[in-house]
Design a protein around this ligand. Structure first.
Ligand code: ATP
Ligand code: MG
Ligand code: FE
Length: 349
């Protein structure tokens, strides 16, 4: 089985080809980071235009790398949401056009399902497992029970964690995207000099919150002499990163308790999303999984951040079950994985 996947929901224009035996035949990603950097964040209109300019090129490149023709595909999958709607429309229309011209089925993939199923592409693990999705737009704990079957255990009630990293970085004068810069500066800093709040720590449930911490960073930075010294920047970065990692560890610990009680056959804790790159968070998660007797799985970074291999793979999983979509599918800016979960106030969907 050969599936072409297209991802355009945020700031990466990506195309990939994956087969039914978990092989990635091609995986190309064009990041728009340089396009958005002057604005200090993603500008939706600019993103949509860049996707429009590059989607065809990425598809052609992926097909060339895989050495196949459209006729050899079994189906064409694209992210159908959630995400920035202009970008999603570009990906969906591109996939529909190819599907129509090549007479292949079309699959609309939920972007979050792409992240959620990545561990089954890299590690051949069975359902159920517990997933922490920590990215620029999301922060959720999900019990992954099967294809299309998710139970949301927790979500952010305000900012996503990657967004918090990006905003904190901006406040201390570091560039965009902030996560990698915070991590690099934190390595040179003293996490004990500024003790910042650990949001939600000890609170019932598994929800996240980062706006109070963001505010605490703002007040701290205001109280420091300007311009900030390199040592101050490093110490704030270290304090912030420790607070985020410990807050997330507290939430994940509670989710593990819930998950192992309800689904004792589950064996894995999986992380996905760009923030999975963070070494402080990884250290906490490795520790938690070991204590709970779960195997910790962190897919390679390239497959944790937005990519099309995960969309193609989710396409494989759905196609096997006959879950194809019609060409009348309408892109969905909001598309919760767990429709039974209460609507989140903030970035969570
Ligand atoms: P989404 O996947 O939710 O649609 P997105 O495209 O913004 O949104 P990703 O590409 O998965 O998300 O991840 C980008 C985010 O990851 C950014 O917010 C970035 O700051 C953060 N990030 C990347 N590396 C690190 C790191 N080492 N530490 C912390 N955060 C990081
Ligand atoms: Mg991104
Ligand atoms: Fe994503």
């Amino acid at each position: 089985m050969l599936i072409l996947g297209i991802e355009t929901s945020c700031d990466e224009t990506a195309a990939a080809i994956v087969d039914g035996d978990r092989h990635i035949l091609a995986d190309v990603v064009l990041s728009q980071i340089d396009v958005h950097r002057p604005y200090g964040g993603i500008v939706p209109e600019v993103a949509a235009r860049a996707h429009l300019e590059n989607a065809d090129l990425m598809v052609a490149e992926a097909m060339k790398q895989a050495g196949i023709s459209f006729a050899q595909l079994d189906a064409v999958a694209a992210t159908g949401g959630p995400g920035l709607i202009g970008g999603v429309m570009v990906g969906v229309m591109t996939a529909k056009a190819i599907a129509l011209a090549a007479q292949k089925p079309f699959l609309a993939v939920n972007h979050l399902e792409g992240h959620a199923l990545t561990a089954r592409l890299t590690d051949d693990i069975a359902f159920p497992y517990l997933l922490l999705l920590a990215s620029g737009g999301h922060c959720q704990l999900l019990a992954v029970l099967g294809v299309g079957d998710y139970r949301r255990l927790g979500t952010t009630i305000d900012d996503a964690v990657g967004e918090a990293f990006d905003k904190a970085a901006k406040m201390i004068g570091l560039g965009y995207p902030g996560g990698p810069q915070i991590q690099a500066w934190a390595a040179k800093g003293d996490a004990a000099r500024f003790i910042l709040p650990r949001p939600m720590k000890g609170k019932p449930g598994c929800d996240f919150s980062f706006s109070g911490l963001k505010n605490a960073v703002r007040l701290l930075v205001e109280s420091l002499p300007k311009p900030l010294s390199d040592q101050d920047i490093a110490d704030v970065a270290a304090g912030f990163q420790a607070a985020v990692a410990q807050s997330m560890a507290d939430r994940t610990r509670r989710a593990i308790e819930l998950f192992t009680r309800q689904w004792p056959q589950g064996k894995h804790l999986v992380v996905a999303g760009g923030v999975a790159a963070n070494s402080a968070l990884r250290a906490e998660l490795t520790n938690l999984a070991a204590k709970a007797g779960l195997t910790f799985i962190a897919p390679p970074l390239k497959l944790c951040t937005d990519n099309a291999a995960m969309i193609a793979w989710a396409g494989v999983e759905r196609f096997r079950l006959g879950l194809v979509d019609g060409l009348d599918f309408a892109p969905r800016p909001r598309w919760p994985l767990d429709p039974t979960a209460p609507k989140a106030k903030g970035a969570g969907v």
